[in-house]
Design a protein around this ligand. Sequence first.
Ligand SMILES: *Cc1c(COP(=O)(O)O)cnc(C)c1O
Length: 355
Amino acid sequence: MNAPRLEIDLKKIHHNAKTLVERLALKGIAVTGVSKAALGAPELASVLMKAGVSGIGDSRIENIEAMRRSGISSHMTLIRSPMLSQVDRVVASTDVSLNTELEVIKGLSNASQKAGLVHGIVLMVEMGDLREGIMLRNVDDSVREILDLPNIVIKGIGTNLACRSGVSPDDENMAELSRIACKTEAGFGLKLDVISGGNSANLQWALGGSDTGRINNLRLGESILLGRDPLNRKQIRGLFTDAITLIAEIIESKTKPSLPWGKIGQTAFGPAVPASDRGDIQQAILAIGHQDTDPGGLSPPELLEIIGSSSDHLVVGCKQSFVSVGTEMTFQLNYSALVRSMTSPFVAKHYLPIE
Ligand SMILES: *Cc1c(COP(=O)(O)O)cnc(C)c1O
C-alpha cells in the first residue's frame, strides 16, 4: 500500500460523531459537523450525516464545492467569513455563512438577488477571543442594516472561542450570547433559529451540567476526528482517539552515535536542538517530513522516539531492537499534524469503510 498514508477509520469517526450528537441532543444542542480538517472529503461528510449532524460546515468554499460535486446535498454552512471576491460561489453552494462584515453581507445580498436565491446569515459576535466577530455594541445597528437587505435572512447569531487567544467558553460568556439572542429577538421581532455557541472547545461547558440557555448549536471538527478536547487535549470519555492514524515507511536503519560531530550551525528548520550523549543508538529514518506533516504533532509507537526531522525525513531512535528497511510505523496525530497531512499531496488517504 502507499506510504506515507493516513488511515481514516470511518466506523470510529461515525461512533465519535454519533456519541457527541446524542450527548448534546439531551441538552437541546444540534451539531454542525466540520469537515475542513479533511478538506471536505465526501466520505467524511456522508458519515457525519449518517451520525445525525444537522448539517456540514467548512471554512473553504473549494471544499464545499467539492462536496456538492460529489453529491453531498446536506445543509451547508461556510464557517469563515466569505471573501468579497467569492460571494457568488458562496450563495451558489451554501445555505448559510457566518458573517461579521456588512460590506460582505451586502455582496452576498447582491449575489443572491442575481442568482434568484435567498442566503442565510449567522452573525458572529466577539466574546473575547479576538478572532472574528462584531463588537457587542454594534449588534443592534448591524441587525438593523441586514434586515433591510434583499435576499438575505438572519438565521441566527454565534461566537467562536479558544482558537486565537485560548479564551474558554464558560457560564458567563455563553449566558451573554443567550442574552444577546433574546434581546435581538425582542428588539426586532425576530426568531433566531441558530444560536451557535462555538467549536469543540465548548464541549466541557456544554456537557458539564451548566444551564446551556439558548445555545442550540455547536460546530464540531477536532473532537469528532481526534476524540480529544482541544482545551486540554485529553481523551473525551467514550470516544476513539485513533480514528485517524499516519503510517510511514522506514528507508534507513543503522547504528549511529547519538551526538553529531563537526561545527554546529542552524538546521533546515532553525537552530539545532542540542542532543545528549547516549553513546551509539539504533537510528532509523522514515520517509516523511515537514512537507507531509507537523513532526512535532506526532506520537510515535511505544518503542520509537522522534529525535529529528527535516523536509522529507523523520529521524527516530529505536529503544529496543533493530527495525528493518521497508517496515511501516504507525503514528497518532494532533490537530496540527492532521491538517498538514490531509493537505499534503504526498500523503495518501485511505478510508476504512463504515461496514
Ligand atoms: C474550525 C472551526 C470550527 C471547528 O473547530 P473544531 O475545534 O475543529 O471543533 C468551528 N467554528 C469555526 C468558525 C471554525 O473556524
